[in-house]
Design a binder for this molecule. Structure first.
Ligand code: NAP
Length: 434
């Protein structure tokens, strides 16, 4: 008998789980379910459009999708087309790999004003996520504040100041390219509540900021410590030393060097978004770092801006009928086991941290649990799901369909762009003749 596995979500964590099941030699069928007609989740909609090398990991995921054990069930929304309870009835194992695709805000007054856009929404917009395509952000402002010192903050700052030419070999959609090009943005402030040593961005991403055509990074040398000090973790120590060296290097840049500037601000926590209906500025409190924590000093200042993007991490949404830890924004689990036959992997298990391959061990762990818990299986899985969806008139997008969509996107690309992404579900389904 064969173990039937359904994986909900086809981002990195979902694919690493499928891959681990195959490599482990578990006799199983694996159904990869996604509410969108396109696979790869964060790779398609989270990784920055100008980081095409990172997106190439999808080639390995494609091999997994094409293996005999796997089927892609795109355009199938759990909760709408089939419930989690129904899936658990149909399958021996169900894996939640739904990620953390939602905004987390800084939790300060004024975040409901127009002109405050969470990082998940903004990143989704410039990555042509069908849910965010119509965001139409108001970029008619000379200055923007991005709250946070992580890689998402740096991605957003970079995308906002790069030129059309610099983005030519990316898959930034034309509507976003045009909006950014037309915007008068000159200054992007990336504000960290702690210091340069505590900043979360990685060095390759930081260095990129010194290589832009029309923008320079600006760093106040007074905010840079002489050295990193002694950290417990050698890898961390090296990364921090590299970052500090890069930031020191950046102090050579002056505002007159370029039309646009990315200001690296440290030791400042956001306190309030200012303005009427619309954002007019951000009030911050200067901090000092004590025992690794940002402590307010009682000294405040303001940055005038028309757009604030809190890039302070992402958030998972609770999954219906599954215990959820609101504070950590993860499902409650024991080493990835959520309930009998139900598992969690990736960001909905661990929270939004790490790089793409950080999800690989989650997949391996889930495969181990499934092999241990599910014996020889016995539930019908795929045949039951297919019949259920057919009964409901759901238009399943298969992997073959996805390859048609992908080919059409590649064919529509101009110049060095790798693809021109379809922007709406209707456009995508039209390619398939529906
Ligand atoms: P992140 O790395 O956790 O960074 C979040 C930033 O927001 C930190 O600087 C954090 O400061 C700050 N922050 C959190 N709460 C705050 C608050 N209330 N007020 C002010 N600041 C606050 O998260 P991320 O940038 O969203 O990235 C998510 C994950 O994706 C990370 O693991 C990241 O490395 C990864 N990623 C990687 C790449 C890449 O490899 N190129 C690209 C994008 C994303 P504290 O440190 O003080 O908490």
């Amino acid at each position: 008998m064969t173990v039937s596995v359904a994986i909900i979500g086809t981002g990195p964590a979902g694919f690493y789980t499928a891959d681990a099941l195959i490599k482990k030699g578990v006799d199983c069928t694996i159904d990869l379910i996604d509410r969108l007609p396109t696979p790869y989740g964060l790779i398609r909609f989270g990784v920055a459009p100008d980081h095409q090398t990172t997106k190439k990991v999808s080639r390995a995921f494609e091999k997994t999708a094409l293996s005999d054990a796997c089927r892609f069930f795109g355009n199938v929304e759990v909760g709408r087309d089939v419930t989690l309870a129904e899936l658990r009835e149909m399958y021996d194992a169900v894996v939640l790999a739904v990620g953390a695709g939602h905004d987390r805000l800084a939790g300060i007054p004024g975040e409901d004003k127009k002109g405050v856009i969470g990082s998940a929404t903004f990143v989704g917009w410039y990555n042509a996520h069908p849910d965010m395509r119509d965001l139409d952000p108001d970029l008619d402002t000379p200055s923007v504040v991005v709250i946070g010192n992580g890689n998402v903050a740096i991605d957003i700052a970079r995308v906002l100041v790069k030129t059309r030419e610099e983005m030519a070999d990316s898959d930034l959609p034309e509507y976003a390219t045009a909006a950014i090009e037309a915007s008068p943005i000159k200054d992007v402030y990336m504000m960290g509540r702690r210091g340069p040593i505590e900043a979360k961005f990685t060095n390759v991403e930081l260095r990129e900021m010194g290589e832009l055509k029309n923008a320079v990074p600006l760093v106040d040398p007074a905010q840079l410590p002489a050295d990193v000090g002694d950290l417990d973790n050698l890898r961390d120590q090296r990364l921090k030393e590299k970052n500090l060296a890069t930031l020191k290097e950046f102090t050579k840049f002056k505002p007159a060097d370029a039309a646009k500037h990315v200001h690296f601000g440290f030791y400042a926590q956001p306190v309030e978004i200012l303005g009427g209906d619309h954002v007019e500025g951000l009030r911050l409190e200067k901090t000092k770092v004590e025992n690794g924590r940002a402590m307010g000093t009682g000294e405040f200042f303001e940055i005038e801006c028309g757009l604030v993007i809190p890039a302070v991490g992402y958030r998972s949404l609770p999954v219906a009928d599954v215990p959820f830890d609101e504070e950590k924004s993860v499902v409650v689990h024991d080493d990835g086991r959520v309930a009998p036959g139900l598992y969690a992997v990736g960001w909905v298990k661990r929270g939004p941290s790490g790089v793409i391959s950080t999800n690989r061990p989650d997949g391996a762990k889930a495969a181990e649990h499934i092999a241990e818990d599910c014996g020889a299986g016995g539930k019908p899985g795929r045949t039951a799901l297919s019949a259920h969806l057919e009964g409901r008139g759901v238009r399943i997008v298969t992997f073959e369909d996805w390859k048609k969509i992908e080919s059409a996107e590649i064919a529509a690309a101009e110049g060095p762009a790798p693809r021109r992404k379809f922007e709406t579900l209707t456009e995508i389904l039209n390619v398939l003749g529906h």
